[in-house]
Design a protein around this ligand. Structure first.
Ligand code: FUB
Ligand code: ZN
Length: 668
């Protein structure tokens, strides 16, 4: 099966290339990229062996599968909480399919087929598939209208369920060549095409993702109606009457990104996952139609998000009430919400922005999110998850919504199943190509196979990233070939904490990165964040460079008042935090003076192998009598942010005051 799968996924990108208009840059399919590193292969393997089975098991034990079975028989009572619980099965099938493409597994393949049979039986004869209604249409829960799609614009999630089903179906078809889920998806999509559109029913989907799903169906079928419908749904936004004066995001439409037509939107707003899926869908449609107005809007929105609404470790969606973006510079630490799904959506969107524009700043954001605020959402065991990703845990001070420890599953379990599908697709973010321009975006040991002018090209990476900045790339064309090798020089290695002025390094980093070709330093230009090396490449040509892995003190713009006088610690792409476990039970009492020097050491036995940072700092101690406060010198230990809360629960902090006056009293 493996050979077939590899072929299918590369055909997928060929199909995309064959469209008249598309992303100018195409990713190298994840099936063409073999990872040999420890950091990602261990996670992808854990996803395969632990997360996927656990996720299916939970879909069964929580009643999600039973919902489909009852829908098939039109008998019983919807037995989970949310009408979008169907999507957990679709997303797990999507992840399992990516995994099958890389790692054939008969048992899993059969199991997925058995799930698809159950799903298919729940589909109504005209293609409608939504267990919350089909089980018993006369007794539906509060999220549903009595008629199909009646409450779509609010919260029924009928189109959201459809979108995730399409994404799962496309992944499954491409991985296995089987049409069992795809046929179910197409039947449903054809129902949507018959139902919605100009002169038919109008709706701005209450939770986006159907747009991305329809685009995927369009890519494999070439059926233009799917693309048109995706665009129709996007253009439906901003035409409903809301109370524009209200500050309440539900009353003014902002929660749904529905307050204005999308082409007039210029701020990342509302529910963060909805927003990420909307902007990703707009990027897809812009790529496929050449729509310049969409492009202009998502460019502005991106600048707003990266310049004013992103946490220092790449998370987004600061506000818990509405799981949404706050106002500009509203990035509180103690109540940071940062849903894991929003981080995943941010990766989807930034990849698309890169494919549109070819600028490394999008991969800088993608990398920051991926290595920090996204993988923090899954425990090292692969079966415990964060829904929210805190910035600060202080004993006795946190909002009850802010999780301090991971859970195996949630009543609303969108995040774990989103992790399931993101993890095995990671190899697909490493390389991309536009004719003879070959982009290296992520640094992960392994190989990437692609074709340049119909000739084979293999790139091999050797590194110990993200712990070590030494990178080596060996270029192996089938025979000598001209190409422009574009290696991303991360913003963080060029004095840019993020591609905006939201965060910066306290001490500027002015190291010119030396690039060697076959052992000799070369002159190179940086274009759009890439070192461009243009030449006739021959077998075994080797490029080497050393990215600076100094510990950086990151400061925030003055407008982030909560971070005033504080620093965060960054080394390479990794953001750090201090956790109670390594710091005598506390983290909120640490002060990192400006003259602190740091040392780093790799510990293979800690948290699946991490580089820790140590520094001589001060801590605030409250005297036993509770009357006096003093500062005590101590060596602090910082660990990668993503690895916190894998050893029990306790205090954690990302931002450290540099002086006593900035500490948030009182520590208990
Ligand atoms: O509404 C479906 C999913 O549930 C959203 O994407 C998450 O934010 C959670 O609310
Ligand atoms: Zn989620």
């Amino acid at each position: 099966m493996k050979k077939f799968c590899l072929m299918m996924f590369s055909c997928y990108s060929l199909t995309a290339l064959a469209q008249k208009q598309d992303y100018p840059i195409q990713p190298v399919a994840f099936t063409q990229v073999k990872l040999t590193d420890h950091f990602w292969t261990s996670r992808i393997e854990t996803n395969r062996t632990v997360t996927i089975p656990a996720s299916f098991e939970r879909c069964e034990s929580t009643g999600r599968v039973k919902n489909f079975q009852m829908a098939a028989e039109h008998k019983g009572k919807f037995c989970t909480t949310y009408p979008f619980d169907d999507t957990d099965i679709y997303k797990t099938i999507e992840g399992a399919s990516y995994s099958l493409a890389l790692h054939p597994d008969k048992k899993l393949d059969h199991y997925v087929d058995s799930m698809i049979t159950i799903i298919g039986r729940a589909q109504e004869p005209d293609g409608y598939l939504y267990t919350a209604r089909t089980i018993d249409p006369l007794h539906v829960g509060p999220w549903l209208g009595t008629q199909r799609w009646e409450k779509e614009q609010e919260n029924s999630h009928e189109l959201y369920n459809a979108g995730h089903m399409y994404e799962g179906a496309v992944a499954h078809f491409l991985a296995t060549g089987k049409r069992n889920l795809l046929n179910i998806a197409l039947k449903n999509a054809d129902l949507l095409v018959r139902t919605f559109g100009a002169g038919k029913r109008h709706v701005a989907p209450g939770h986006q993702v159907v747009e991305m799903g329809l685009v995927k169906l369009y890519r494999i079928t070439g059926k233009k109606e799917y693309l048109d419908l995706a665009k129709f749904f996007i253009d439906e936004r901003g035409h409903k009457e809301y109370n524009k004066k209200s500050k309440n995001v539900y009353e003014n439409g902002i929660y749904w990104q529905d307050d204005k037509p999308v082409i007039d939107q210029d701020e990342a707003e509302g529910h963060a996952v909805r927003a990420m899926y909307l902007y990703s869908g707009m990027a897809d449609v812009a790529a496929l139609t050449g729509d310049k107005e969409y492009l202009a809007a998502i460019d502005k929105i991106w600048n707003n998000m990266v310049g004013k609404k992103m946490y220092v470790q790449g998370s987004i969606g600061a506000v818990g009430d509405g799981e949404r973006f706050g106002d500009n510079y509203e990035l509180p630490n103690a109540t940071a919400y940062n849903e894991t799904c929003a981080a995943i959506g941010n990766v989807f969107w930034n990849e698309r922005m890169f494919l549109l524009h070819g600028d490394a700043k999008y991969i800088d954001v993608l990398e920051k999110t991926l290595y920090n605020g996204l993988i923090s959402g899954v425990g090292l065991d692969g079966k415990s998850f964060f829904y929210t990703n805190a910035m600060q845990i202080r004993d006795g001070f946190n909002h009850p919504d802010i999780e301090r420890e991971r859970a195996g599953w949630f009543t609303c379990s969108c995040c774990p199943t989103n992790v399931v599908r993101l993890m095995p697709s990671i190899p697909g973010y490493v390389y991309a190509q536009n004719g003879t321009d070959v982009y290296v975006n992520l640094f992960i040991s392994g190989t990437g196979d692609m074709k340049v002018n119909n000739k084979d090209l293999k790139i091999t990476q050797q590194n110990n990233y993200p712990w070590d900045g030494a990178l080596a790339f060996t270029v192996n064309p089938a025979s000598s070939m001209d190409l422009n090798l574009k290696i991303r020089i991360p913003g963080w290695a060029q004095n840019q904490a993020v591609p905006s002025d939201l965060y910066s390094y306290q001490t500027p980093l002015n190291k010119k990165i030396v690039i060697k070709l076959n052992g000799k330093p070369i002159d190179y230009q940086i274009q759009g964040g890439y070192a461009v090396i243009s030449k006739k490449w021959k077998k075994g040509d080797k490029v080497e460079m050393n990215l600076p892995m100094d510990v950086q003190r990151v400061i925030a713009t003055d407008k982030l008042t909560e971070d005033a006088g504080k620093i965060a610690l960054q080394r390479g792409p990794i953001m750090y935090c201090a956790e109670w476990k390594d710091n005598d039970g506390k983290a909120a009492n640490i002060i990192v003076p400006q003259n602190t020097t740091f040392s780093t050491v790799y510990n293979a036995n800690l948290l699946n192998g991490i580089t820790i940072i140590k520094g001589d700092v001060k801590t605030i101690q409250v005297g036993a009598d509770g009357q006096n406060v003093s500062t005590v010198n101590k060596t602090m230990t910082a660990i990668p942010y993503y690895s916190w809360a894998n050893r029990g629960k306790g205090e954690m902090t990302v931002w450290f005051p540099q002086q006593v006056k900035y500490i948030e009293l009182i520590t208990r």
